[in-house]
Design a protein around this ligand. Structure first.
Ligand code: IFM
Length: 443
């Protein structure tokens, strides 16, 4: 068995819109995902997060479930529109009370709360006013929201993440249009969104520090392991371009205070207007980096991906039901690479997991593929730790099956099965496996 460091955090991750439901309750305002999901044709099974896993009403049971799995950390997100239904201005105390009870419940159960301020559910009122993240002034709105929330919870929440995967919500929401708010436009829009999001992050960091004494503040990035398809100069250059586009755009700006030079040159026409102090704001030091790791890409030169001229080369590795490659060394490679090039003070795996077509058999779900998947990735994370990477915790995506954005309820990522008609939770074999790992703090 490979032991993990003392005080290592073993947890699961979720996001508000994917699990809470109670879309119209207790003064919650609409978010861009409510509107997007209600637009015909946007969600594969025509579903929405209106009910989701009903966590808003079942949070006590869900905490008990986590406790039964021996978990000592929980990463969740807060719905901005429960706190400020119009995005700014009037505060909804009922929304604050919900999260306050949740945090108290977690602490009573010995589970550390790791809160994400923004996991994609922008208040619709802010989308209506100046197109949401496209308007630079949204930075002030995010700071206001951060201030209200961290004043309320900052005495008890000691781990904060500003944003979840700005890469994904900028590109999928504003270039490809497959996520809310469903905009398909030229790259300048997505780049402006990403720049404003990073600025909002940088401005929120000191606010969190001021309102939450001794808290650790970070951000959760979607990172990929990128390998060139061959040693040829063109494939190596293509892999480098892809890496810059997907990973370094965020890592360089947050840790080095500049966007990658090759990207700035390639996309100069599309870059958003910037003020001189912006990059210093974005690179305000953080206490940890959250890594969401799902994919490796083997990349060659080609015309599959617009603008950056790359192609993805298929591999023989097994795949999840989503078609994502299962390649455990990806987590080791990304952790080592981040440590080597950016040296964050601490790192958490803030998401990693897999979707499979799970089958409920009586009271059991034998998801051996997920057990094997987790074991492989845990081992590779342990290997990185043994080589000095300061990995402090691991949050499996996800606690239970939930609303998987454009894929609705057709993808199951949970270590706990959600029986949607009854909302019964059934611990899968992978949940039992995670419970053993967490109990032994060893893989
Ligand atoms: O469900 C998502 C999550 O919201 C963000 N990261 C990836 C997960 C799986 O697609």
């Amino acid at each position: 068995m490979t032991p993990f460091p003392k005080d290592f955090i073993w947890g699961t991750a979720t996001a508000a819109y994917q699990i809470e439901g109670a879309a119209d309750e207790d003064g919650r305002g609409a978010s861009i995902w409510d509107v997007f999901a209600d637009t015909p044709g946007k969600i594969i099974d025509n579903s929405s997060g209106d009910i989701a896993t009903d966590h808003y009403h079942r949070w006590r049971d869900d905490i008990a479930l986590m406790k039964s799995l021996n978990l000592n950390g929980y990463r969740f997100s807060i719905a901005w529109s429960r706190i400020l239904p119009e995005g700014r201005g009037k505060v909804n105390q009922a929304g604050i009370d919900f999260y306050s009870r949740l945090v108290d419940g977690l602490l009573e159960a010995g589970i550390k709360p790791f809160a994400t301020l923004y996991h994609w559910d922008l208040p619709q009122a802010l989308q209506d006013d100046g197109k949401g993240w496209q308007r630079r002034g949204i930075v002030d709105d995010f700071v206001e929201y951060t201030d209200v929330l961290s004043r309320a919870l900052g005495d008890r929440v000691k781990h904060w993440m500003t944003l979840n995967e700005p890469l994904i919500f900028s590109l999928f929401g504003h270039l490809f249009g497959s996520h809310a708010p469903g905009i398909q436009d030229m790259p300048n829009v997505a780049f402006a969104v990403a720049h404003h999001a990073l600025l909002a992050h940088g401005k929120a960091v000191p606010v969190l520090r001021a309102n939450s004494k001794d808290a650790e503040v970070g951000i959760a990035l979607h990172l990929q392991d990128v390998t060139p398809a061959s040693d040829s100069e063109s494939d190596v250059a293509a892999a480098h371009r892809y890496d810059s586009f997907i990973n370094n755009w965020y890592l360089d700006s947050l840790f080095k205070g500049s966007y990658p030079q090759d990207m700035v040159e390639m996309f100069s026409y599309f870059m958003p207007p910037m003020l001189p102090a912006d990059m210093a704001t974005i690179s305000t030091p953080i206490d940890f980096l959250g890594v969401n790791l799902y994919e490796r890409r083997v990349v060659g030169e080609g015309d599959e991906q617009p603008f950056i001229n790359v192609r993805f080369v298929p591999t023989d590795s097994p795949r999840t039901s989503f078609g994502w490659e299962i390649y455990p060394p990806a987590i080791y490679n990304v952790l080592k690479r981040v440590q080597r090039d950016y040296a964050p003070k601490a790192i958490y795996i803030t998401e990693n997991g897999a979707s499979f077509d799970d089958v409920l058999e009586g009271d059991q779900v034998h998801d051996q593929q997920r057990v094997d998947y987790l074991k492989g990735y845990f081992e590779q994370a342990g290997r990185a730790i043994s080589e000095g990477v300061p990995l402090k915790g691991y949050f499996v995506w996800s606690l239970m099956d939930n609303f998987e954005w454009g894929e609705g309820y057709t993808r199951r990522f949970g270590v706990v099965y959600t029986d949607y008609p009854t909302q019964r939770r059934i611990v899968k074999d992978s949940g039992k496996y995670l419970a053993e790992v967490a109990k032994n703090n060893a893989v």
